[in-house]
Design a protein around this ligand. Structure first.
Ligand SMILES: Cc1cc2nc3c(=O)[nH]c(=O)nc-3n(C[C@H](O)[C@H](O)[C@H](O)COP(=O)(O)OP(=O)(O)OC[C@H]3O[C@@H](n4cnc5c(N)ncnc54)[C@H](O)[C@@H]3O)c2cc1C
Length: 437
C-alpha cells in the first residue's frame, strides 16, 4: 500500500499541496500539478497530498452500466474493478504523491488546516478543494426513504439488486419510474431495457413481467442544456425502446407505491430511481468560506476561494463572465478547471500572475442511449449510433492512459469493455417491451 500516515506527511519536511477529493477534478489536478512540480524542479520542496473518503476513483460515466448488469453475468467484485480505480494504481504513475484516506469534515482557513471527521487535522500550504457533489432530494418527502439513487458504486449495486429481484418476482406489468431527465436518467432508462431482456432470458420463467419504464422530467424537455438535435435524437431513441417520457412532471411527495405530482396526479411504481439533482458536498458548509446560493465554494476568475485555496469541479461556484451563469457540472469542466488550478498554484509559488479560467462556449459530451448507441456532441462535430459509442470508449481509454501506468490503463479499459457489453443483446429486445410512449 502506498497510503500514507499523517506523521509521514508532517515529518517529510516538505511543504504540502493538499488536493481534497479523488474525483475527476482532484485526479486531474494531481496529474497536472505533479508534472508542473517536476518541470519546475519544485518536487524536492513540495509534496502533493491527495485526500479522499474512498480509496478509489469512480469512473461515473459508466455507472449506469453497473446498475444494469445482471448478477449471473458478472460478480460485484469484477464490476467494482471495472469502475472503481484504486488510488494505489494511480499513485503508481505519480510517484512521490501521497494519499490519505479520510472523511473531511471541514477546514480552518485561518490556520491553514484541514479537519477530519475522526478529529485528526492536517496543515496545508496550498489546497485544492475538489469534493464534488452528492444526491439532492430537495427535501421532497419520501424520496430518501423510497427512491434509489445513482451516484456511487454502492448505489448502482443496490439499484441493480432491487431491479433484478423485482424482475424475477413480479407478474404482469413492472413499473419502473426514473425521476430526472438529465444524462444519468436517460442513460439508465435506455440501458435498463437491455438489462430486463437479459434477466428474462436467463430466468427459468421468461416473460412473466413486462417492464414499463417511465422517465419523469420536471422541465419542459429532457436533457436540458444539450443541443436540440441531441435532445430530439435521444427522445426518439427512448421512444423506440419503449420508454415513456413525461415532461413538466414535478414530484411533490413519494410514498411506498406512488410518486405524487404537483398537478394532482400520481404515478404508481414498483421501482423508483432518483436522478433528479445533486448538491455540493456537505462538508463545504464547514469550510468557513463564502458559498454561492447552491452551496458551492465561491471562487474568483482564477478559481480561488481565498488566498492559497482553489475550488474546482462540481464543488466550485464559478460564474462564467460571458454568460453570467455558472458552468455545468461535468467532467470536461472539472478537468479544465483542474489544469488551471494546478497552473495557478505553481504561479503563486513562483510569485507570478495567475491565469484566469477560460470556459468553453460549448462543453463536449457523449451520451449513451442503450447498448452500443451514443450521441456525441463534440462542439463542431455531432454524431450518433455505434460511432458515438466507440468515441465514448476511446475517450475513456485516453483518460485511463493519462491517470494510470500504461499496462494498468489497458487492462482496466479491456475489463470495462467486457462489462459494458455483457448485457448488450440489442437484437433480442422483445417486441412486447416496445410499448407506445
Ligand atoms: C451516474 C453519473 C454519470 C455521469 N456521467 C457523466 C458523463 O458521462 N460525462 C460527464 O461529463 N459527466 C458525467 N457525470 C458528472 C461527473 O461525474 C461530475 O461532473 C464529475 O465527477 C465532477 O468531478 P468532481 O471531481 O468535482 O467530483 P467527484 O467526481 O464527485 O469527486 C468528488 C471526490 O470527493 C470525495 N469526497 C466527497 N466528500 C468528501 C469528504 N467529506 N471527505 C473526503 N472525500 C470526499 C469523493 O469520494 C470523490 O472522490 C456523471 C455523474 C453521475 C453521478
Amino acid at each position: 500500500m502506498r497510503y500514507t500516515s499523517f506523521m509521514a506527511v508532517l515529518e517529510s519536511g516538505k511543504r504540502n499541496i493538499a488536493i481534497l477529493g479523488a474525483g475527476f477534478a482532484g485526479i486531474t489536478a494531481l496529474v497536472h500539478l505533479w508534472k508542473l512540480l517536476g518541470r519546475e524542479n519544485l518536487q524536492h520542496e513540495y509534496q502533493i497530498v491527495l485526500i479522499s473518503n474512498r480509496a478509489w476513483h469512480l469512473y461515473t460515466p459508466a455507472l449506469y452500466e453497473i446498475a444494469a448488469v445482471p448478477h449471473g453475468a458478472m460478480s460485484s467484485a469484477i464490476l467494482k474493478r471495472a469502475i472503481c480505480i484504486p488510488i494505489e494504481f494511480i499513485l503508481g504513475k505519480f510517484t512521490g504523491a501521497r494519499f490519505i484516506a479520510g472523511e473531511i469534515a471541514g477546514m480552518d482557513p485561518k490556520r491553514h488546516t484541514i479537519l477530519f471527521r475522526n478529529g485528526d487535522y492536517l496543515p496545508y500550504d496550498y489546497c485544492i478543494a475538489a469534493l464534488g457533489a452528492e444526491t439532492n432530494d430537495f427535501g421532497i418527502p419520501g424520496v430518501s426513504e423510497y427512491a434509489f439513487g445513482l451516484k456511487t458504486f454502492e448505489d448502482a449495486i443496490r439499484l441493480r439488486n432491487r431491479a433484478e429481484e423485482l424482475a424475477i418476482n413480479t407478474d404482469g406489468i413492472l413499473r419502473i419510474v426514473i425521476v430526472g431527465g438529465g444524462a444519468t436518467g436517460v442513460e439508465l432508462a435506455a440501458e435498463f431495457v437491455n438489462f430486463f431482456c437479459e434477466i428474462k432470458e436467463a430466468s427459468r420463467t421468461p416473460g412473466r413481467c413486462i417492464e414499463e419504464i417511465t422517465l419523469l422530467e420536471a422541465g419542459p424537455a429532457i436533457l436540458a442544456g444539450f443541443h436540440p438535435t441531441v435532445v430530439a435524437g435521444a427522445a426518439k431513441r427512448l421512444e423506440q425502446l419503449g420508454i415513456r417520457i413525461r415532461t413538466n412532471a414535478v414530484i411533490t411527495e413519494v410514498n411506498a407505491r406512488e410518486a405524487l405530482l404537483k398537478n394532482g396526479g400520481a404515478i404508481p411504481y414498483h421501482l423508483l430511481v432518483w436522478s433528479g439533482g445533486v448538491m455540493p458536498a456537505r462538508a463545504l458548509k464547514q469550510f468557513g468560506m463564502p458559498l454561492d446560493p447552491k452551496g458551492r465554494l465561491l471562487v474568483n476568475q482564477n478559481l480561488e476561494a481565498r488566498p492559497h485555496v482553489w475550488a474546482i469541479g462540481d464543488c466550485a461556484g464559478y460564474t462564467n463572465p460571458a454568460t453570467g451563469k455558472p458552468v455545468p457540472g461535468n467532467i470536461p469542466v472539472a478537468e479544465r478547471q483542474a489544469e488551471r488550478a494546478a497552473k495557478n498554484i505553481v504561479a503563486v509559488i513562483q510569485r507570478r500572475t495567475q491565469y484566469p479560467f477560460r470556459p468553453l462556449k460549448r462543453w463536449p459530451f457523449i451520451l449513451t442511449a442503450g447498448g452500443k448507441y451514443a450521441f456525441a456532441d463534440l462542439g463542431r462535430m455531432r454524431f450518433s449510433g455505434r460511432i458515438g459509442w466507440f468515441a465514448k470508449q476511446l475517450v475513456q481509454l485516453r483518460y485511463l492512459i493519462t491517470i494510470l501506468p500504461f499496462g494498468r490503463a489497458i487492462s482496466v479499459w479491456m475489463l470495462g469493455l467486457r462489462v459494458w457489453t455483457s448485457n448488450d443483446p440489442g437484437h433480442r429486445i422483445p417486441t412486447q417491451n416496445r410499448r407506445p410512449a
